[in-house]
Structure formats: structure tokens, C-alpha cells
Design a protein around this ligand. Structure first.
Ligand SMILES: Cc1cc2nc3c(=O)[nH]c(=O)nc-3n(C[C@H](O)[C@H](O)[C@H](O)COP(=O)(O)OP(=O)(O)OC[C@H]3O[C@@H](n4cnc5c(N)ncnc54)[C@H](O)[C@@H]3O)c2cc1C
Length: 290
């Protein structure tokens, strides 16, 4: 009697939805400043992530969606959200949060994400603060498309609060040596300033908000600038209220072309990211009227 070859035993695989997640292992963390925590992520997911996002990672604003279990949850990544939706309550599902890829260290096979530490509210900020080597973090593949001006004759204007600092830092680092322009970065105080690499021709100006509403000093500094007489490449991101006012200056008053403006809100005061993202489809969340 002939015996049919049996299927080789397969290791249990995560369902398809969960397979599209990259599950990193925390390698180490670094407290960069009172309000910024860097988390270095490594593990076997790195190669697949770099391959999946090869093009997007060329952008200086490359970002990922993190999937984070809520505090106290026993769920561990990868997450099969479809299956979880059938077994746990909506408010027990992992949350999505958006973060910039600050840098990739190809030799060490790690990626770094800088998290704003903004008190004990929220999920991502406290997660980063508590992260320890060996912890797991699930992310999407990267998105992103912005790059600083490639032409030294066309200056860059970068402006943002702590949440946009990772993307601004990545842009400054990757500008051509002869680049010109200005970066306005608002943080709480002098201890939050970082030693950032930047071309000589790009001024890096730190603004200290202290107790003021986030964005107040950025707007003051922006309104005090001379109206540019030629083309400028702009990257303006941070708290939504600030970004809307910055749009008034950059687009409505200065009349800069939409194509030269990368402008969007990264977060909104008093809103968890889920609500903030949902509001992008409502008038309160729109940066431009159309
Ligand atoms: C494309 C993109 C890239 C981003 N990159 C980064 C990044 O690299 N690093 C980073 O830290 N953030 C980044 N953000 C912003 C980040 O996604 C939000 O700040 C997010 O809300 C943080 O999640 P959380 O769970 O900590 O707080 P949530 O649960 O979303 O919010 C809880 C509370 O904290 C407040 N809050 C949220 N963020 C801040 C903040 N930065 N400062 C003060 N209060 C805050 C909210 O208003 C809310 O009241 C990025 C956003 C986008 C869209």
C-alpha cells in the first residue's frame, strides 16, 4: 500500500490582518529631555519593515501607526483586530497612535521613535515612559512623503511643537549642506532643547512656551517674520489650533502655493487621537476650508 505524503507540520501563523503588522522588540530607551523619550526598536521585524517601507522611509516625515494595548490590558501583539472585535468590548481594543520614524540605524538594525511625554494621560506617552527592553510594539508599515527643499536657493521654513520635533530633526539632519532657511521649534523650556544637526545656513530657533497654550510662541514668531519675496518650502505641524492659525498666515496672508506647504495637525488639545482623527472629517478638524 502506498502512503500519501503528509503535509509537513506548519508552525501556527498569525491571521492575515495581524501579519500586516510589524512586531518590534524594544531594544533600549533614552530620556532625551524632560518631555521626550526615545525608544529604540529592534528584533526580527526590522528587515521586513525596512523592505516594506523602503520608499516611504526616504521621506523625512515617515510615520507609522502604532497599535497599543490600553493600560492594564493583557492583550499582546500581533493583534487580530477582527477576531478581537468579536470577543472584547470596543473600549478594550488596542488603540492606534501615529508616530514619526525619527531615524533608522541600519548597522544596528534598529529604528528610533521619539515620544512626547505629556503627563499620565493617553496611552502612547505613558507606554513609552514605561517601556523596557523586551517589550513588544506592533506598528503598520510606514507612510510619509515630505522632503526638505533640494535647491539651496529655495529656503525651508520648518515650524512645530514637540510632537513635530522628530520630523523637524530628521529634516534638518538630511538637508543638503548648502541649505538655507529657518526652523522654529516650540518646547516647554530650555531643558527640552536638543543638540540637533543642521546646515549652517538654516537657523534653528527654540521657543519656550512655559505655561502658555501650546503653539502660542510659534504663532508669535511666525507673525513676526517678513513676508517672503520668493518661493519657500514649508513644513508646519503640531497642535491643531496652532496649525489652523499658521495656515491663515502662510496660505491666506503670505499667499504661498498649497503645493509648497506641508501643513497638518499632529494632535489637538483635549482630544484623544481617535477623536482627533475622526474630527478630520468635520469642520472643526479641517485645516483648509475645502
Ligand atoms: C503624522 C504624525 C506624526 C506624529 N509624530 C509624533 C512623534 O514623532 N512624536 C510624538 O510624540 N507625537 C507624534 N505625533 C502626535 C501623536 O500622535 C499624538 O500626540 C497622540 O495623541 C499621542 O497619543 P497618546 O496616547 O499619548 O495621547 P492621547 O490618548 O491621544 O491623548 C490624551 C490627551 O493628551 C493630549 N496630548 C496628546 N498629545 C499631546 C502632546 N504632544 N502634548 C501635550 N498633550 C498631548 C491630548 O490632547 C489628550 O487630551 C504625530 C502625529 C501625526 C499625525
Amino acid at each position: 500500500m502506498t502512503t500519501l505524503p503528509t503535509e509537513p507540520a506548519r508552525p501556527e501563523r498569525a491571521p492575515r490582518a495581524a501579519r500586516s503588522q510589524h512586531v518590534f522588540v524594544v531594544d533600549r530607551t533614552e530620556r532625551l529631555s524632560p518631555h521626550l523619550m526615545r525608544v529604540h526598536l529592534g528584533g526580527e521585524a526590522v528587515d521586513g519593515f525596512l523592505e516594506a517601507g523602503a520608499e516611504q522611509l526616504e521621506a523625512t516625515d515617515a510615520y507609522v501607526k502604532l497599535l497599543l494595548p490600553r493600560p492594564g490590558s493583557s492583550l499582546v501583539p500581533p493583534f487580530d483586530l477582527d477576531a478581537l472585535r468579536t470577543r472584547v468590548a470596543a473600549d478594550e481594543l488596542p488603540v492606534r497612535r501615529t508616530y514619526t520614524i525619527r531615524s533608522v540605524d541600519r548597522a544596528a538594525r534598529t529604528i528610533a521613535i521619539d515620544f512626547v511625554v505629556h503627563g499620565d494621560v493617553g496611552v502612547a506617552g505613558p507606554w513609552a515612559l514605561a517601556a523596557r527592553p523586551g517589550d513588544l510594539l506592533a506598528t503598520s508599515s510606514p507612510g510619509g512623503l515630505w522632503r526638505p527643499s533640494a535647491d539651496p536657493a529655495v529656503p525651508d521654513l520648518l515650524l512645530g511643537d514637540d510632537s513635530a520635533l522628530p520630523a523637524i530633526a530628521a529634516a534638518l539632519e538630511r538637508m543638503p549642506a548648502g541649505a538655507t532657511g529657518l526652523a522654529l521649534v516650540e518646547v516647554e523650556g530650555p531643558a527640552d532643547e536638543l543638540a540637533l544637526e543642521h546646515p549652517e545656513g538654516v537657523e534653528l530657533r527654540w521657543l519656550h512656551r512655559g505655561d502658555a497654550v501650546p503653539g502660542t510662541l510659534l504663532l508669535e514668531a511666525l507673525r513676526a517674520l517678513d513676508v517672503p519675496t520668493g518661493p519657500v518650502v514649508v513644513f508646519a505641524h503640531g497642535e491643531r489650533g496652532m496649525v489652523k492659525e499658521a495656515r491663515v498666515v502662510l496660505h491666506d496672508t503670505w499667499r504661498l502655493d498649497r503645493a509648497s506647504l506641508s501643513i497638518s495637525a499632529y494632535w489637538a488639545l483635549g482630544r484623544e487621537e481617535d477623536r482627533f482623527q475622526a474630527e478630520k472629517r468635520e469642520p472643526v478638524g479641517a485645516i483648509f476650508a475645502d
